[in-house]
Write a protein that binds this ligand. Structure first.
Ligand SMILES: CC(C)(COP(=O)(O)OP(=O)(O)OC[C@H]1O[C@@H](n2cnc3c(N)ncnc32)[C@H](O)[C@@H]1OP(=O)(O)O)[C@@H](O)C(=O)NCCC(=O)NCCS
Length: 166
């Protein structure tokens, strides 16, 4: 039995721990450990996540099994394009992957975004992340490649998008 709630600032440490526990197995095969540490410290910095939640820059959905948080998604309107939303983050703990939670969180974000009149959901995924096939299964197509400098490192991503049904 799972539930989904919008995270508040009391959930910041839970989100940071979920990211720690998911990022290492996800990115160790494709990125140097220094880059993983650097990106975790930057993106999941306590103050950054707190500010994103407090100021509504990003909405975090927490998926729980009982009272244990096992997955989360982060999304927001996409400022660069009208009528578009962006899925910034989607992570399920390794032991819960394959249980349908990724699909449930994407469907939830899609429904919320479509409810605001958005017609498109976008995301970035590392070009070597096996999640690429998952996103294709969920209806996303590759729009283009994007190489983003992050400190001294590079993120070699695809931008993917899927139409939202009103
Ligand atoms: C990628 C991720 C979000 C998918 O969520 P999940 O809960 O494991 O996936 P689901 O159980 O909802 O799977 C839905 C479908 O996609 C398939 N699928 C899941 N992961 C897949 C993968 N890596 N490659 C191909 N298909 C995949 C499932 O088999 C299922 O197929 P079905 O409809 O035929 O049964 C999750 O595995 C995860 O957190 N991975 C590590 C972190 C990560 O890479 N996040 C994305 C960062 S951009």
């Amino acid at each position: 039995m799972h539930t989904i709630t919008s995270a508040t600032i009391t959930d910041v440490s839970t989100i940071r721990q979920l990211a720690e526990d998911t990022w290492w197995p996800t990115y160790s095969p494709i990125l140097e450990k220094e880059q993983i540490r650097f990106m975790l410290d930057l993106i999941y910095n306590e103050d950054t996540i707190k500010k994103q939640i407090e100021e509504g820059e990003q909405i975090f959905l927490l998926l729980k099994e009982g009272d244990k948080a096992v997955a989360f998604a982060g999304y927001s309107p996409y400022v660069a394009e009208p009528a578009a939303y962006k899925l910034h983050k989607l992570y399920c703990l390794p032991e819960t992957q394959g249980k349908g939670y990724g699909r449930i969180l994407i469907n939830t974000v899609s429904r919320i975004a479509a409810g605001t009149g958005a017609t498109k959901l976008l995301l970035n995924v590392n070009r070597h992340n096996t999640a690429l096939s998952f996103y294709q299964k969920m209806g996303f197509d590759i729009a283009r490649e994007e190489d983003i400098a992050i400190g001294p490192y590079w993120m070699n991503d695809y931008i993917m998008q899927k139409p939202l049904i009103p």
